[in-house]
Write a protein that binds this ligand. Structure first.
Ligand code: UT7
Length: 352
């Protein structure tokens, strides 16, 4: 039997640099309520959101992903020629073919590297971080650029009370690579397809095309087909989160070998400020542990929310590079993924 080579593996990996991009246009609750049947007060009280960013002008998912990736590379100090893989965690890239990562790699002057999209809803960054760390541990790449980027507004129905007030656009990225001490724990992840319909597109691509074809040449009075939009049964997701996420957080601590007293920062996905407060309380984290609250002015940016929130905490000094943080992403699938990590250094090139 022939002997097939294996990669040289390594154990210790960490996030070496972070970068983010926040779209120019700030959209207040007041503006959202110009078309949504809601009030600015209700939105803030029930979700924690005051403002969110929406892309405008030349901004696209590709451009904001590349902008965040560029900053992460510069802030990490790693020569981009050493980056072997780009992972684009997103659920809002608009074509299945081609997927986004190769185009973003090209924009970043890294044409030719391994590049793939990872779709796991709002859990996408957590899934991506686990995959990136394991690629490096297995010796498949020395450095990985992980970008979480979303333009949630392209699939947003501005009149839908279940989603319109929450979601925003943005991108965050980290360079992951080898380090002297380990800075990324084993990933705790899972999914619950039984409850997948709690967050879903209202039609799939085939249904949408069939509807569009059926309407071609029909009575002009027939109402034109609307957009394909995201729908969410918020209370159902909330109930799932209340049961599933505390267990995931406890397991993340267990497998990391770190006790809750060692956690210095908590950075959950920015879905709803009330969910985050509940998780902190249930886990018994000390009152003075900072919890990410980027949702207030960035909204829920799905797979981009954790790196955006991490960047905000590092830039404002709420968290410091080298601190031990607990991360947890969760959402569509329904799925979740979390880790205990060492925070990367505060960025020299911040997003605001
Ligand atoms: O990022 C992916 C993961 N996503 C999540 O984790 C989302 C989890 N869920 C949530 O964040 C919340 O469920 C929402 C923010 C989406 C909704 O908040 P809620 O407190 O669960 O609202 P609800 O649907 O239970 O509705 C409570 C009340 C109802 O009125 P009544 O029956 O009590 O009179 C609704 O009709 O609030 C009303 N309502 C609204 N009022 C103003 C529901 N949506 C709205 C709205 N504006 N947009």
């Amino acid at each position: 039997m022939v002997s097939i080579a294996v990669n040289k593996s390594r154990e210790n990996v960490a996030m070496l640099g972070i970068g983010a991009y926040r779209p120019q246009r700030l959209v207040s609750n007041e503006e959202v309520c110009e078309v949504l049947d809601s009030t600015p007060e209700w939105i803030f009280e029930r979700t924690g959101v005051r403002n969110r960013r929406w892309i405008s002008g030349d901004e696209t998912l590709q451009s904001i992903a590349a902008a965040a990736g560029e900053r992460a590379i510069v802030n990490s100090g790693i020569d981009r020629s050493k980056i072997g893989t780009l992972i684009l965690a997103t659920s809002s890239w608009l074509t299945l073919t081609p997927h986004g990562a190769p185009k973003v790699a090209h924009d970043l002057g890294m044409n030719g590297i391994a590049a793939f999209d990872l779709t796991s809803g709002c859990g996408g960054f957590g899934y991506g971080l686990g995959v990136a760390a394991d690629l490096i541990r297995a010796g498949s790449s020395e450095y990985v650029l992980l970008i979480g980027a979303e333009t949630m507004t392209v699939g947003l129905d501005p009149t839908d009370r279940g989603t319109a007030m929450i979601f925003g656009d943005g991108a965050g990225a980290v360079v992951v690579g080898p380090s002297a001490d380990n800075g990324i724990s084993p990933t705790v992840w899972g999914s619950d397809g039984k409850n997948a319909s709690a967050i879903e597109q209202d039609v799939d691509f085939l249904e949408y095309m069939q509807k569009a074809q059926t309407m071609q040449g029909t009575d002009p009075a027939v109402e034109p087909i609307g957009r394909m939009s995201l729908r969410m049964e918020g209370p159902r997701v909330f109930r799932w989160a209340a049961v599933t996420l505390p267990r995931a957080l406890s397991t993340a601590l267990e497998v990391s070998g770190v006790c809750k007293e060692d956690i210095e920062v908590f950075i959950p996905h920015q879905a709803n400020a009330r969910i985050n407060d509940l998780m902190k309380k249930n886990l018994g984290l000390a009152d003075d542990i900072p919890v990410a609250n980027d949702i207030e002015n960035t909204g829920n940016t799905s797979a981009a929310s954790i790196p955006l929130a991490m960047e905000e905490m590092l830039v404002t000094g709420k968290a410091k590079g080298g601190q031990t943080a607990l991360l947890l992403g969760f959402g569509a699938g329904l799925s979740y993924a979390g880790q205990v990590v060492t925070l990367p250094p505060a960025p020299d090139e911040p997003s605001f």
